[in-house]
Design a protein around this ligand. Structure first.
Ligand code: HEM
Length: 156
């Protein structure tokens, strides 16, 4: 087993944890809370559960990024970023950059406070907005996963 295969396995394991977690939050947790939990109790429950995942997602996005850049280096594939045919490489870096920005910069700097304040005053519209944002990110992430598998195996 060579280092490239190990990096590829780490890449996929971290993606399963990270995008799988985003799926659970988007498709199960948020709709369940919106449907079944009284407005005044939503915020505390969501923050407790998502806060725990947010911490774990910081670890998995970091491993996904490190293993991704390592594979790019090992495959000597940097020139793919200059070729639109390899749009799925751009898509991977874009998704990673969005999540990295949200988890490491936006949440600690302002997003968490903004969400807490807004959800305390107007839980209904705030949870609807958060669900919509999660749906967009999940959709883009899943398209990227599919395109990256096809691209990495020469099918597109
Ligand atoms: C810094 C960010 C990232 C970089 C630099 C990166 C780079 C790479 C590279 C170089 C490969 C191997 C391509 C090949 O074998 O030709 C790869 C594979 C892959 N990446 Fe990424 N990636 C990143 C983030 C992501 C993200 C965010 C996703 C999903 C949303 C993703 C999904 C995949 C998948 C599914 C594969 C294919 C694994 C396989 O079937 O062999 N990557 N990535």
């Amino acid at each position: 087993m060579d280092d490239l295969s190990i990096a590829r396995a780490l890449h996929v394991i971290s993606l399963v944890h990270w995008i799988g977690g985003v799926s659970l939050v988007t498709l199960v947790l948020l709709p369940g809370i919106i449907r079944s939990v009284a407005s005044e109790n939503r915020l505390e429950l969501f923050e407790t559960i998502e806060g725990r995942f947010g911490f774990q997602a910081r670890i998995s996005t970091t491993i996904a990024g490190l293993s991704g850049f390592y594979m790019t280096h090992r495959l000597d594939a940097w020139d793919r970023f200059a070729d639109p045919e390899f749009w799925w490489m751009h898509a991977m870096v874009f998704i990673w950059a969005v999540f990295t920005f949200v988890l490491f910069i936006a949440e600690p700097a302002f997003l968490h406070r903004w969400f807490h304040d807004r959800a305390s005053k107007r839980p209904g519209p705030t949870f609807a907005l958060v669900l919509a944002m999660h749906r967009i990110l999940l959709f883009a992430s899943l398209v990227t996963v599919g395109a990256a598998v096809l691209g990495a195996h020469g099918a597109i």
